[in-house]
Design a binder for this molecule. Sequence first.
Ligand SMILES: Nc1ncnc2c1ncn2[C@@H]1O[C@H](COP(=O)(O)OP(=O)(O)OP(=O)(O)O)[C@@H](O)[C@H]1O
Ligand SMILES: [Mg+2]
Length: 282
Amino acid sequence: MRNVSRKSKVLTVSGGKGGTGKTFTAVNLAVEMSNRLSAKSKRGSLKAGNRVLLFDADYHLSNAHLFLGVKLAPCLDRFLKDPHSLPEYITSSDYGVDLISFGGDEKFINPIDISINSEVLDELRKLETLYDWIIIDTGAGLTQIILRQIIMADYSLLVTNPEPTAMIDCYKMIKFISREDQQFKYIEIALNKVQTFEEGFVNYKKIEEILAQFQVPVQIHFAGVVYRDDKLFNRSLLHGIPVVSAGGNTHMKESFNYIWDTLLKASFSKKIESFFERIFLG
Ligand SMILES: Nc1ncnc2c1ncn2[C@@H]1O[C@H](COP(=O)(O)OP(=O)(O)OP(=O)(O)O)[C@@H](O)[C@H]1O
Ligand SMILES: [Mg+2]
């Protein structure tokens, strides 16, 4: 597997505090990317295979499947015992996004304790040769595995919101990222649950100011906003239809496309050959 080149670009969506909207954002960005690829594809359809993989890395507490209307397959434990079974646990949604989720197991496995043998790694690396995009939805908090997922990704997006505790966690998260890896100097920030674009931008500026005040050596960038819309959110969860695929969604579609436009403006260079190898093996 070593000589097979990585095709996937990796975006990690993270954010520190619980409930900032990481999963909501990751799911809808995944669906919008699939729509973009589908529109560009000469075939005009992704039936031959979805090109976006959403990797729900909120181990044991995953819920991305709820936003995509698919069932959760129990898999981490079984995958580790039988790595070749991995394709069985990839669920295709109706929205051009495949999902892999390590959240359905009864048995608790600490991701940092996962012993990755070469077979497990080879199966994970195969995913990197199949999909155009792998989007990682991390859990809340700041663990070593979350930090690695942020640092090793090609694109890193932190999702926060104007609540003071979320803002403080976002700042702390950036501080730790900058300490962990001095090479990693570019983080995108999106403000979720805002009423107006200005509200998002003003709060982004607050984060920028505090980082400058404490001379944190990291460059951040405003990726955009996601508007608070309780009605659309609840309807999406109830029906398992991502907001960007539901009706009455213009402002949501605009939000997620704005974020993609911003992310894709950054020039892409492949820093590492295998994302999975680096997050599990360090
Ligand atoms: N744009 C939005 N409009 C309305 N409500 C929202 C929006 N984004 C998030 N929420 C609310 O915030 C809650 C958390 O959203 P979500 O599950 O996406 O966050 P999370 O950061 O992934 O949480 P966790 O840390 O538990 O993984 C939702 O249940 C919903 O109530
Ligand atoms: Mg989540």
